[in-house]
Design a binder for this molecule. Structure first.
Ligand code: HEC
Length: 116
């Protein structure tokens, strides 16, 4: 009885951990950074090719996590997140475009300097 309870708990724990373990292997995240760099020509006026924003209302996206970038671009595309510029831009992006762009911007390393 005690032993089967422990096994049930272990099984429940494994079920909880399984999705988290699968996230990095998700094919949706297998973007190609080189292809993304080329596609980022459509983004550079505002976010820069290097992911450092060129206009005050655009966020820096250099080094942002791939999962986050992909989630936000899909949210703009689906209408779950709306913005007058980004909603129009994301509308025409394919899943592959989004993965490639996310891979490119996520691959950029950056350093920060705290104020004195
Ligand atoms: C004309 C300017 C412009 C262009 C071009 C543009 N963006 Fe944006 N982007 C913005 C602005 C402004 C925001 C902030 C949206 C908001 O306030 O919700 C934004 C937000 C984002 C975000 C969300 C970032 C966050 O921190 O949540 C991502 C990701 C993003 N853009 C990616 C892209 C990609 C990839 C492209 C090219 C395919 C692109 N953008 C092209 C202006 C632009």
């Amino acid at each position: 009885m005690i032993r089967s309870l422990a096994l049930t708990r272990l099984a429940a724990l494994l079920l909880l951990l399984l999705p988290a373990a699968l996230v990095p292997l998700s094919p949706a995240l297998a973007g190609d950074p080189a292809a993304g760099r080329a596609k980022a020509a459509a983004c550079k006026t505002c976010h820069g090719l290097d992911g450092v924003a060129r206009i005050p209302i655009a966020p820096h996206i250099a080094g942002e996590s791939e999962v986050y970038l992909e989630t936000q671009l899909k949210a703009f595309r689906s209408g779950k997140r709306t913005h007058e510029i980004m909603s129009v831009i994301a509308k025409d992006l394919s899943d592959a475009d989004i993965s490639d762009l996310a891979a490119w911007y996520a691959s950029i390393a950056f350093t920060v300097q705290m104020p004195e």
